[in-house]
Unconditional design. Structure first.
Length: 86
């Protein structure tokens, strides 16, 4: 998923998440873990899907993952932001 985003292929992410969901118990199991309906998941994780950030976060959390934002620093850059001013 990270490689898809780095390559600018964000549209492939929902389909990749659907493949993962189907491999680890199906949409019914994902629906139970996320509290989202199966219909919402099928629509969101389709080729035309465009998940909202909160939906994406819930799906990733169900897989034991989380969304992380990093700077695009150049070679040798650590790139991670550990805290931000309020």
């Amino acid at each position: 998923i990270e490689a898809m985003l780095e390559d600018g292929d964000a549209r492939a992410v929902p389909v990749a998440l659907r493949t993962v969901a189907e491999a680890v118990g199906g949409m019914g199991a994902l629906a139970r873990k996320t509290g989202l309906s199966r219909e919402t998941l099928y629509r969101t994780l389709s080729k035309r899907g465009n998940p909202r950030l909160d939906t994406l976060a819930a799906i990733l959390a169900a897989f034991g993952l989380r969304l992380t934002v990093r700077t695009r620093g150049g070679p040798g850059s650590r790139g991670r932001v550990t805290s931000a001013p309020a």
